[in-house]
Design a binder for this molecule. Structure first.
Ligand SMILES: [Zn+2]
Length: 495
């Protein structure tokens, strides 16, 4: 049984699909005029995991995410760059798709654009006019009349009087009530993108697009509507008013909202100059580290970003892949013969059983990825305790225990689209990125190792020790083996 915290009822509820075995979901997508930052990536990664987990649990999922490709910010950017809005939106849709691929986020089933749905938008506005929920001002602007819709405020829990406090009517605005919002905006300049309508040339207001596109692809009523908490009011509140006002049916059954990503407790925003673009982050630290970080907190909690967080998540990912690499090497060993499992082997077997029961329970409980990660580390600790034990020798049970571990993790990997890289290749990538961050090269490390070998040969142990500690101070750890000296990076804090 999957439980979801429904923002509409403010309660955790059992997910009961409208149609057995099927889930229809809509998530508000990006306004395409800029590169996305890691705060924008949080809902993309999270709702992808929701859809994947629902599929993993046997549901057939239809997921829609829109592109807002007509908007004041787009028009502004087009003006600044002296190009048409289309040039801006086409460019940033492609850039967005590139980022989705880098993030290993599956494309939704449909990614409809506002500009391809003007007739649908006009038709829903006509319905609202007919139902007495909208009116046309004398300049051709169409407004939604908030006070005419009785359920307004049910999602945000805000009363109309509270909302009125912050609402204002600009001197040139034609709305009858400060609470009303625009459904259709008349064209101001001929250079703006605009379409013919019964109210003259113009373009849709922001909120109406999601009402028009969700009904087209998912029907009047669908299962899950998602988005960031910052969209609850006014955007989602307005979507409900428009959709339910037009269809007179319930809009979305469950509302899910992810909390914000902050940078040292402040919002990530251009004006504060604390933006990390998805692309920038991935180039420096890999998509695995980013996704792991974004999913490391429960989606309803804020997630605070800092250098320290990056280091902690690098260290954690490094640990997971190091274990996966060691395990994959042991997995190929099949030792014949028989013996009773040791205490350690019994413990590890139990850790596997616990993990397989508990990770799904964590995901069933409102997609608790934070808890899931805790379980993964418990399991990893048990695996490491077994294989890193002094004097460890593979036994006839080792093979099955290692296989169990990789198969459990690969199930999780199906849901998160994480931890699925080839461990050896990925660890190499992590090491090289680590060196690059510190302005080091692999050759320099290998030269140092060579010098240390020479120093030891000539019994200059002081020099050999100095080389080791200099490298260690740079986060490079040496491991002497019979076959030679290996090196690895250490993502400990402070290095
Ligand atoms: Zn929306």
């Amino acid at each position: 049984m999957i439980q979801i915290t429904n923002s509409l009822t403010r309660e955790k509820e059992e997910l009961v699909p409208l149609e057995a075995g099927k889930i229809r979901m809509y998530v508000c997508g990006p306004t395409v005029y800029n590169f996305i930052h890691i705060g924008n990536a949080r809902p993309l990664v999270f709702f992808d995991v929701v859809a994947r987990y629902l599929k993993f649990s046997g549901f057939q999922v239809t997921r829609i995410m829109n592109y807002t490709d007509v908007d004041d910010k787009i028009i502004q950017k087009a003006k600044e760059e002296g190009v048409s809005s289309d040039v801006i939106t086409q460019k940033y849709i492609l850039e967005f798709e590139t980022d989705m691929k880098l993030l290993k986020v599956e494309a939704p089933d449909v990614q409809p654009k506002v500009t391809d749905h003007i007739p649908e938008i006009i038709s829903i506005i006509e319905k609202l006019l007919k139902n007495g929920l909208a009116y046309v001002a004398d300049n051709g602007e169409v407004f939604f009349s908030v006070r005419s819709f009785p359920g307004y405020g049910k999602l945000s829990g805000k009363r109309l009087d509270d909302l009125l406090v912050g609402a204002r009517v600009a001197p040139d605005e034609k709305k009858r009530d400060p609470l009303d919002f625009s459904l259709w905006k008349p064209r101001k300049e001929t250079s703006e993108p605009s379409w013919e309508s019964p109210w003259g040339p113009g373009r849709p207001g922001w909120h109406i697009e999601c009402s028009a596109m969700s009904v087209k692809y998912l029907g009047d009523t669908f299962d899950i509507h998602g988005g960031g908490m910052d969209l609850i009011h006014p955007h989602h509140e307005n979507e409900i008013a428009q959709s339910e006002g037009a269809s007179k049916k319930v809009f979305a059954k469950y509302w899910m909202h992810n909390n914000m990503l902050t940078v040292q407790s402040e919002k990530m925003s251009k004006s504060l100059g604390n933006i990390w673009l998805v692309r920038e982050f991935i180039n420096r630290f890999t998509a695995e580290v980013l996704k792991f970080f974004l999913l490391s907190g429960h989606y309803r909690s804020t997630l605070d970003f800092s250098e320290r967080q990056v280091k902690e998540h690098q260290a954690a990912i490094h640990r997971i892949y190091t274990t996966l690499e060691k395990v994959s090497q042991l997995e190929t060993l099949e030792i014949k013969g028989s013996s009773n499992p040791t205490i350690e082997e019994q413990n590890l077997s139990k850790a596997g059983t616990d993990f397989s029961q508990q990770w799904r329970a964590a995901m069933d409980d409102d997609f608790n990825t934070a808890k899931l990660f805790g379980l993964i580390f418990d399991y990893i600790r048990a695996v490491n305790a077994y294989i890193d034990k002094k004097g460890f020798k593979p036994s006839p049970h080792t093979h099955a225990l290692m296989q169990r571990f990789t198969s459990e993790l690969s199930q999780v990997s199906q849901v998160l689209n994480l931890f699925g890289e080839n461990p050896t290749a990925f660890l190499k990538e992590l090491r090289l990125l680590f060196l690059k961050e510190r302005g080091l090269t692999e050759k320099e490390i290998l030269d140092q190792i060579e010098q240390r070998i020479e120093a030891r040969k000539s019994k200059n142990f002081q020099l050999a020790d100095d080389i080791r500690s200099t490298l260690s101070a740079q986060g490079i750890e040496l491991r002497d083996k019979v076959t030679g000296t290996d090196w690895d990076v250490s993502f400990t804090l402070g290095s």
